[in-house]
Write a protein that binds this ligand. Structure first.
Ligand code: E4P
Length: 225
């Protein structure tokens, strides 16, 4: 499963790509607006920080298919080919996905709440679909089951579209989509470090340090070789 960071915060992106195995950045209009910066400058800076190799997701804000497609084309022209255009899976969105697919532009169908929406977006040519796990949970439904059903259907129908699970509010949701075979998960900065941290890992490290110091004091291996 690939990890993506769901943020447009430059400082966090710089820090996180240094430490963690991240394969790209996802944004949406809410995430961008939170930074309250000039749009082009912000995205350019994100692209500079992550380089050309990482995948950057930018969502269109137009509502009509042709406008969405035009926006998507301009975004790719400006910020590079390794930019995935996020399109909400509305009727107009599906048409826009078809247009962008015909131009070989990568698209993530977003705001997915059902497996049927994901299937239709995949058939329209989406590269990724982004089911909103926590928002589905908050509708008294089961976001992880929706992810599992999408993964199953894509396998069943031999679709090459990948699932990038999104909208997480707790660690267990991320563990679950990994178990269900999601190809990617995009996680916000608040949650990112919690998904691998474990107090027993820290306690184990402390014990190793204590035992080592009893014999070798403050010496570390790099200075002993
Ligand atoms: C991806 O970028 C999605 O838009 C995002 O994960 C939605 O997350 P939220 O439900 O926390 O707003």
């Amino acid at each position: 499963m690939k990890y993506f960071l769901d943020t447009a915060n430059i400082e966090y992106i710089k820090y996180a790509i240094d430490y963690f195995p991240i394969e790209g950045i996802t944004t949406n209009p809410t995430i961008i607006a939170k930074e309250n910066r000039e749009f082009v400058d912000l995205i350019k800076e994100i692209r500079e920080v992550i380089g050309e190799a990482l995948l950057l997701h930018i969502q269109v804000v137009s509502n009509k298919a042709e406008d969405m497609a035009e926006e998507g084309m301009k975004i790719v022209e400006k910020f590079g080919k390794n930019t995935c255009i996020k399109i909400p899976v509305t009727k107009e969105g599906l048409k826009a996905i078809k247009i962008l697919n015909s131009k070989e532009i990568k698209v993530t169908a977003t705001a997915i709440f059902t497996a049927q929406q994901a299937l239709m977006a995949a058939k329209a040519g989406a590269t990724y679909v982004a089911p909103y796990v926590n928002r589905i949970d908050n509708l008294s439904s089961d976001g992880c089951s929706v992810v599992g059903n999408i993964v199953k259907q894509f396998k069943e129908y031999n679709l090459k579209t990948n699932v990038i699970a999104a909208s997480f509010k707790n660690v267990q949701q991320v563990h679950s989509v990994a178990n269900l075979g999601a190809h990617a998960a995009t996680v916000n900065s608040e949650l990112f470090e919690k998904i691998f941290a474990h107090p027993f890992t820290d306690a184990s490290v402390e014990q190793f340090e204590e035992d080592w110091k009893k014999v070798y004091g403050d010496k570390v291996i790099k200075d002993m070789i």
